[in-house]
Design a binder for this molecule. Sequence first.
Ligand code: APR
Ligand code: PHB
Length: 393
Amino acid sequence: MKTLKTQVCIIGSGPSGLLLSQLLANAGIDTVVLDRKDRAYIEGRIRAGVLEQGTVKALEEAGVAERLHREGLAHDGFELAFDGDRHRIDIKALTGKTVTVYGQTEVTKDLFEKRIAEAQRFFFNVSEVAPYDLKSDQPCVRFRHENEDWTISCDYIAGCDGFHGVSRNAIPSEVLRTFERVYPFGWLGILVDKPPVSPELIYANHERGFALASMRSETRSRYYVQCDLRDDPADWPDERFYEEFARRLGPDVARTLETGPSFEKSIAPLRSFVAEPMRYGNLFLAGDAAHIVPPTGAKGLNLALADIRILARALIAHYRDGIDAHIDAYSETVLRRVWKVERFSWQLSLLMHQFPENSPFEKRMQRAEFDHLQSSETASRAVAENYVGLPLE
Ligand code: APR
Ligand code: PHB
C-alpha cells in the first residue's frame, strides 16, 4: 500500500477539478488530482461552448484565459425562433454584459496545459476510488493505480467526478436527497467545418422539434436537433440532419446554411438533477457530481465553475485566514444559486421543445410565452440576466 499526504484531494479531472486545483495552487494550497480516465480522453470530450462573463473572469483570475481572449468570440445577443418568428435577446443592451463562445474542450485543454506546466500531481486511469472517514479531520481517498493500492490522506476531499462519479454516493443515503427530471427526448449534435449559419446562436422551437444553431469559431459550426431518445446517430446521415435542421430554423435562416461532412455526431439525453447537501463532513461536491442541467441555455459548465469559485474561496479563507464560516456555508450558498440556474434551464427547455405529452393547451402556453418575450422588454431582460449568468452573491 502506497500513501501520500496532501491538503485537498480532488477526485475528477474535468473542468471542475482542474479549475479547483489551479485556484488552490495559486493560493499556495497543495492538491492531488485523480481521474479514472486519462488526459487525452478528457480533452476529447465534446461539450457546450458558451461562457458567462463571470466564468471568463474566473479563468482570467486563474491565469488560463490567454487563448480564450485570442480565440473566443464575444456575443452581444442570441435569438429565439418560434415557428418561423424570430426574437433577438439583446443581452448587451439588456444587462450590459456579454457571453463568450469558446468550447469547453478548449477550456479543459488550457487548464491541463497550465496544471502540467506547474507540475500538478495527477493520477490518471485510477480505479476502485473510494473516499473514507469523511467526518474525521483526516479523511482519505483509496484507489488503485498501475496495479498498486494507494491511500491519500488529506484535510478535505473535493468530489468533482461528474454525474457518474463515486463522491455523491459516499454521502450516507439517509442524508443524501436527490431531485430529478428526465426529458422525453435527446439532442443530436454535429460539428462541421463550415461558417455558422448565423452570426449569433439561434434556439428554435418548430412543430417538428427544437433546433439550435451554435458555433465554435468563425469557421466551425455546432448544430443540434431534438431527436427521439431511441435514435442512434447512424439513423441520422448528414443529409437527413441538414434537411431537418433547415426546416426547423425556417427558410430565412436556411438560405445561408452551408453544409459539409460532419466530423462529430452524438446524442445526449436531457436531464435536470440536484443532490443535497453538497457537503458532508470534509467532503465537498462540485459541478456535475452534484447537479445536471439540460443544455438549453448552456449552463452546465458555467454552473460547475461557479461552484468551484465559491469552494476555492471557502478553502482559501480556511487556509489563509483561519476562517471556516465560508466552508460551513458552502452547501447552502451554492445550492441557492444552483436551484435558480436549474429553474432557468428547465424553463427554457420547456419553452423551446416539442413534448410528446403536450396538449394543445400547453402548446398555446409556449406560444404565449414567446409572444410575451417579444413584446416585453422586462421579460426579455429576465432571460438575458440568466443567460449572462447570475451573480455569485
Ligand atoms: N474516480 C475518479 N474520477 C472519476 C470517477 C471516479 N470514480 N468518476 C468519474 N471521474 C472523472 C471523469 O472521468 C471526468 O473526467 O471525473 C471527471 C468529471 O468531469 P465532468 O463530467 O466534465 O464534470 P465537471 O468537471 O463537473 O464539469 C462540468 O459542465 O457542461 C457541463 O457536463 C458538462 O462536463 C461538464 C460539466
Ligand atoms: C454549444 O455550442 O454546444 C451549445 C451552445 C448553447 C447551448 C448548448 C450548447 O445552449
